[in-house]
Design a protein around this ligand. Structure first.
Ligand code: ADP
Length: 287
C-alpha cells in the first residue's frame, strides 16, 4: 500500500502485541478518518500506549498491520513516520536547553533546513502562545507550558496526524482547558488527532469519536453523544443493599418518577461516557 490511495488517516487491521507474558493487544480493527479528533479510552494497562507506540514506530506489532495515511508503519516506516507527530505521556524535553534549542534539535532530526526551522519555530511558538519564552531554559517553564512546547515540537515537521498520549495528565483544571483549546485549534487547522486519556470529560469535550479499550480488546467505537443516547441521557444512582446501582432514562422526568420508588438515597445526573464503559465492562475508566 502507498500514500496516494488512502481513505483513512489511521487504519489498524487485526493488530496484536504480545510482550513476554502479557497479551497487550488482542486483534484491534479500527480506522480514523482524515481530520477527525479521535479519543482512545480505557483504564491503565488496557493497551492505549502500546497502540500509539506501534503507530509511531517505537515498537513492532506481533501480528496485523497498521497504516498512517496509507503507509504501512512496518513495511514503510520512513514515510509513515513523516505523517505523524507524537507527544508522549512523560515530559522528555531537555530541561537545561532553551525552548528554541529543544525545537531546533527536533527540526534537525527531520533534516529541515536552518531558515525553515527558525521560521517554523517562531510560527509555532506564536501559535501556542509562548513566543516570549523562546530563549527561556525549559526548566523555568510551568508544567502546562512544557506540555505546549512538546506539542509544538511534535508539529514542527508539519505532520498530518498528531498523537497525544494523555496530554493533560497531572495538570490543573484551568491549564487543562488551555490545552484543550490548543488541541481543538490544531484540529480546526486540518490535523487529524488521536489522543489517549482517562479523563472522561476530556474525551467528551474534544472527541468526534471515541473507542473504548479493555484488556487489549476494543469494546465499542462511536460518537460520544450517540453512545450516551443509546444508554439514556439521564442516570439515576441509587444505593440498594449497600450496593450502588445506576439506571438510565431518556428524560429527567422519567428518572425522577422512578427515583421516588426508591426508599434509600439517590441522585439524578446526566449520563456520561464513563457510564458507557461501566455498563459494558463493569469497570471504571479512571484508575
Ligand atoms: P495503557 O497505555 O492503556 O495504560 P499499555 O499499553 O501501557 O496500557 O500496557 C498494556 C499492557 O502491556 C499492560 O499489561 C502493561 O503492563 C504491558 N506492557 C506495556 N509495555 C510493556 C513492556 N515494555 N514490557 C512488558 N509489558 C508491557
Amino acid at each position: 500500500m502507498n500514500g496516494t490511495n488512502h481513505k483513512h488517516a489511521i487504519e489498524l487491521v487485526n493488530l496484536t502485541k504480545r510482550y513476554k507474558k502479557v497479551e497487550a493487544l488482542k486483534g484491534i480493527n479500527l480506522h480514523v478518518k482524515e481530520g477527525e479528533l479521535f479519543a482512545y479510552l480505557g483504564p491503565n494497562g488496557s493497551g492505549k500506549t502500546t497502540t500509539i507506540k506501534i503507530l509511531v514506530g517505537l515498537t513492532k506489532a506481533t501480528s496485523g498491520r497498521a497504516f498512517l495515511n496509507g503507509y504501512d508503519v512496518d513495511a514503510d516506516p520512513i514515510h509513515a513516520k513523516r505523517q505523524c507527530g507524537y507527544v508522549p505521556q512523560t515530559i522528555n524535553l531537555d530541561h537545561e536547553l532553551t525552548v528554541f534549542h529543544n525545537l531546533d534539535i527536533h527540526g534537525r532530526l527531520f533534516h529541515m533546513e536552518r531558515g525553515k526551522r527558525r521560521d517554523r519555530i517562531i510560527f509555532l511558538l506564536n501559535y501556542i502562545g509562548l513566543l516570549d519564552r523562546i530563549k527561556s531554559p525549559v526548566k523555568e517553564l510551568s508544567g502546562g507550558m512544557k506540555r505546549r512546547v512538546m506539542i509544538a515540537r511534535a508539529l514542527l515537521h508539519e505532520p498530518k496526524i498528531l498523537f497525544l498520549d494523555e496530554p493533560t495528565v497531572g495538570l490543573d483544571p484551568a491549564i487543562r482547558r488551555k490545552i484543550w483549546a490548543l488541541i481543538k485549534k490544531i484540529q480546526m487547522d486540518g490535523t487529524t488527532i488521536f489522543l489517549t486519556t482517562h479523563y472522561i470529560e476530556e474525551a467528551e469535550f474534544l472527541a468526534d469519536r471515541v473507542a473504548f479499550l479493555s484488556e487489549g480488546t476494543l469494546i465499542t467505537v462511536g460518537k460520544p453523544k450517540e453512545l450516551i443516547n443509546s444508554l439514556g441521557q439521564w442516570a439515576l444512582d441509587t444505593v440498594e443493599n449497600e450496593q450502588m446501582k445506576t439506571l438510565y432514562f431518556r428524560t429527567q422526568e422519567e428518572a425522577k418518577k422512578h427515583a421516588v420508588l426508591h426508599p434509600g438515597p439517590f441522585s439524578i445526573r446526566r449520563a456520561n461516557l464513563e457510564d458507557i464503559f461501566i455498563s459494558l465492562t463493569g469497570r471504571k475508566v479512571a484508575p
